[in-house]
Write a protein that binds this ligand. Structure first.
Ligand SMILES: *Cc1c(COP(=O)(O)O)cnc(C)c1O
Length: 850
């Protein structure tokens, strides 16, 4: 080739004045749940719309001006455009606010997360966590909450996946042009763009701040790829979950500390700080630091920060919690402890979990928050158990870790066909009734044949999509046309009447993507029936460092290539939000079979359920509470300590039996109707039972009522009068910590073994309080009728009264009790520290039992 220079020039169309607001629509992720907006863009040029990956902003910069001019003259286009604008405006009109869930205007939520998934046009997510965070923001916008979010703007995001003919996952990173993203630089009042600095060893890293609009909500994103930074530092925000531990800690310092600095720079004063997964927990240090700089002592600053911090954990595997070695902490936080006026040991204790020398981000998040939760009922218990050592004298079931079960943003994941049908049968108000359980029983009013035809039409659309994806895959992998025909034999959009199962998620080993293939002979029998065929669709990414995960992809690919499964099992590459929307709405059955209890929640099954697909899942995560016996199928997990291979055998067997005895016969029980009424009944029941319970609106609503409101109010009252309450509580805790090891309890009354109903019992104990006063403690009796297994949560609590001192150092507490029930009862007596300013009565983790 001759030496030559390639010059480039970009030509952008001029948007006709009439269509000027297309730019506004392209810059608000409102389009990620408003399908009519996306359709409007695609109408201008469907091919370009596909080529730019459904990205309105990139689209508007490339679309031919002639198409715009034509549209500006096209009546029907303009009518749709105007009607979209009017619903956009009424959504954004504050005066039509449905509710702000009882938060006052000066209250403000700041939500920190490592990843956010709204739409495929902003690829800064990897999977469930990010999409959940995206849905949280969307629901916060729908509810008009005072809400901002903080994250990182990754230049290359997560990776794009292709799968070669041998089943190897190929990873590609695309360098994005942020001008194409629905983000804009945040500017200061003088018009300059906002940059902040975050200290890393021997240097400050400069970060440019961008913002994305999600309806009413603003998301601030930080980007280190600036000429001001060294070449290495420019890479810090390049990849999500890429790089080594150094990159990870630097990203987390930027997210946590930089996030706080952005809010300070913009004068935003959150009264609720939500840490969504431990990655963002360094924000606690930055906030404490800034209070200590203002003159507050460390302990009071910690109380003041923790009281309005909410921490959500999403991991059920202890190894999945981020942690950094002592040496790394030394490198990054060398002298930081001095600026907090504490010792190095006290600093390291913030991230300490007994049994590990590392600094643990979950421990930091828990020490620095007073509200902590898992993401399903089962996961709440699992998390309480994982973190039990942080409350050393408390049983896990009594420690402060509670739960809020995840939900999904219904407008994002509900297919257009359903919203159209709801408009017709339920009226437009269904959008404001997302959490109304009774209301959704009206799904029953939809005639069965219409319900069925929506299902078929969604499946047909899915099939069109699959055909084009599989063709592309096949061509790239140099498969023949004959091969393609065999692959697509059962994927017939014209007649999509084949029972279709979907499985798509991260290929992490605990999700057991290959459980269905445990016994291939059995599976072959099940899906090969001429009259009742079954199609299996699989998709998902494995983290590039997860070798066993990639092996699973290869295993599935090999089975899919074997003559007997060819065409009946399809492995579709590039799982992302777009494919997810298609799959969850188009398949008949959504399969999930993790190893109990490792699925924290799972959300894809919720997306399937609201679209009338039926779940077939292990009773783990959300399905443990979502399954009601009639809305799908449940695989009962083997015992927790069951050996892996045996468990897989047992549970795959259960899976095959459910498929052959229930799912397949029920689906194909058509009769003369052309569809199975039994199937439709179950799908309807699934939809009406899941939609109102697993919407993100219900989830965010629950965060507000359970956590946000009280955290915000308590935070404000702690800070009032120069932090007087924070100081009082901090001082009190210090006193308790010093005294507690000497506290003892002994019983003075003689235990009585039998009484008659309505007779009184008089309990009397003496406590040696070791410098504490009776006001500092609660002595209580817990009583419950005796069963085989009695949980502490089932006990009734009765508080003793302080009645005097004995021999100057013992305090006497008494309780008069008339048991309310007959029969044998079990009771315990115990003492724990108590102060009315505590968020959770047992938050100190101290307890002495008699
Ligand atoms: C919903 C979703 C997930 C999370 O699904 P799980 O059930 O938690 O595995 C992951 N990736 C995408 C693209 C999703 O849409």
């Amino acid at each position: 080739m001759f030496p030559r220079t390639a010059f480039t020039i970009t030509v952008n169309p001029k948007i006709p004045p009439r269509l000027k607001r297309l730019e506004e629509l392209a810059n608000n992720l409102w389009y990620s749940w408003d399908r009519s907006t996306r359709t409007l863009f695609s109408r201008l040029d469907p091919h370009l719309w596909e080529a730019v990956g459904h990205n309105p902003k990139a689209f508007l910069k490339r679309v031919d001006e002639s198409a715009l001019i034509k549209a500006a003259e096209d009546r029907s286009f303009l009518t749709t455009y105007n009607s979209i604008l009017s619903s956009y405006d009424s959504y954004h009109d504050a005066s039509t606010a449905p509710s702000n869930e009882g938060l006052d205007p000066q209250e403000q939520i700041a939500y920190f997360c490592f990843e956010f998934g709204f739409h495929e046009s902003l690829p800064i997510y990897s999977g469930g966590l990010g999409i959940l965070a995206g849905d949280h923001c969307k629901a916060a916008s729908d509810l008009h909450l005072p809400f901002v979010a903080i994250g990182l703007l990754y230049r290359q995001g997560y990776f794009s996946q292709t799968i070669d003919s041998l089943g190897n996952q190929q990873v590609t990173y695309t360098v994005s042009n942020f001008d194409d993203f629905p983000v804009t630089p945040v500017s200061r009042e003088d018009g300059s763009s906002l940059q902040i600095k975050v200290p890393l060893p021997h240097r400050d890293v400069t970060l440019k701040v961008w913002q994305a609009k999600i309806g009413h909500v603003t998301l601030f994103l930080m980007d280190a790829d600036l000429p001001e930074n060294s070449p290495q530092d420019r890479y810090i925000t390049h990849n999500l979950y890429g790089g080594d531990k150094v990159m990870r800690i630097e990203q987390e310092i930027i997210l946590g500390m930089g996030g706080v600095r952005i809010l300070q720079a913009l004068g935003i004063k959150p009264t609720i700080w939500h840490i969504n997964e431990g990655h963002a927990a360094f924000m606690i240090l930055e906030r404490i630091h800034s209070l200590v700089q203002q003159g507050l002592d460390f302990a009071s600053a910690l109380e003041s920060v923790a009281v309005n911090t909410v921490f959500t954990t999403h991991t059920a595997v202890p190894a999945g919690h981020d942690h950094f070695s002592k040496e790394m902490m030394h490198t990054y936080f060398d002298n930081f402890y001095r600026s907090l006026n504490i010792t190095h040991e006290e600093f390291m204790a913030l991230g300490h979990i007994p049994g590990s020398p590392d600094f643990n981000m979950t421990a930091l998040a828990i020490h620095g928050s007073r509200t902590h939760n898992g993401v399903s009922k089962i996961h709440g218990d699992v998390s309480a158990n994982i973190c039990r050592d942080l409350w050393p004298q408390i049983e896990p079931e009594e420690n402060p870790i509670s739960y809020v079960t995840n939900g999904v943003h219904v407008p994002t994941f509900l297919a257009q066909e359903w919203s159209d049908l709801f408009d017709r049968y339920l009226g437009h108000e269904w959008r404001n009734k997302l959490c109304d359980i009774d209301y959704w029983s009206r799904i029953d009013e939809i005639p069965n044949h219409l319900f069925w035809s929506v299902r078929q039409s969604l499946k047909s659309q899915l099939f069109y999509g699959i055909r084009s994806r599989i063709s592309e895959q096949n061509a790239r992998n140099r498969g023949s046309d004959a091969h393609l025909d065999r692959l697509l034999k059962f994927v017939d959009p014209i007649n999509p009447n084949i029972l279709t199962l979907g499985f798509a998620r991260r290929f992490a080993t605990y999700k057991r993507a290959t459980l269905l293939f445990h016994n291939l002979d059995w599976l072959r029998k099940i899906i090969h029936d001429q009259e009742r065929p079954v199609l299996l669709l699989f998709a998902g990414k494995a983290h590039p460092a997860d070798v066993p995960g990639q092996d699973l992809i290869r295993d599935i690919s090999q089975i899919a290539h074997s003559p007997e499964f060819e065409g009946r099992l399809l492995l579709i590459e590039g799982y992302d939000l777009r494919l997810a929307r298609r799959l969850v709405s188009g398949v008949d059955v959504w399969l999930n079979n993790p190893i109990y209890p490792l699925e924290a929640s799972g959300t894809s099954g919720m997306k399937a359920g609201i679209n009338g697909a039926i779940n077939l899942s292990v009773l783990d995560g959300w399905w443990g509470e979502g399954y009601d016996g009639k809305n799908g199928w449940a695989i009962k997990p083997g015992l927790e300590n069951m050996e892996g291979a045996l468990r897989d055998q047992e549970e795959s067997r259960a899976l095959y039996e459910i498929l052959q005895d229930q799912v397949i016969p029920q689906y194909y029980n058509h009769g003369k109707l052309g569809y199975s009424p039994e199937w439709v009944r179950m799908a309807k029941h699934s939809m009406m039972s899941l939609l109102p319970r697993y919407s993100a609106t219900r989830m965010v609503d629950e965060y507000v009522t359970k956590f946000y409101r009280s955290a915000s109010r308590k935070g404000m009252s702690y800070a009032a009068n120069d932090f007087s309450d924070a100081k009082i509580l901090a001082k009190w805790k210090t006193k308790i910590k010093h005294a507690w090891h000497g506290v003892t309890l002994r019983r003075l009354d003689t235990p009585c073994e039998r009484i008659h109903f309505n007779e009184n019992l008089n309990f009397k104990v003496a406590a040696n309080l070791h410098d504490l006063s009776p006001d500092d403690v609660v002595v209580e009796l817990l009583i419950c009728r005796q069963f085989k297994t009695t949980k502490l949560g089932n006990f009734n609590h009765f508080k003793f009264e302080f009645t005097g001192t004995k021999d100057s150092h013992e305090h006497i507490f008494e309780l008069k009790l008339t048991p309310e029930l007959c029969g044998k009862q079990e009771y315990f007596i115990r003492i724990h520290p108590y102060h009315s300013l505590l968020t959770h009565p047992l938050e100190m983790g101290l307890m002495v039992w008699l």
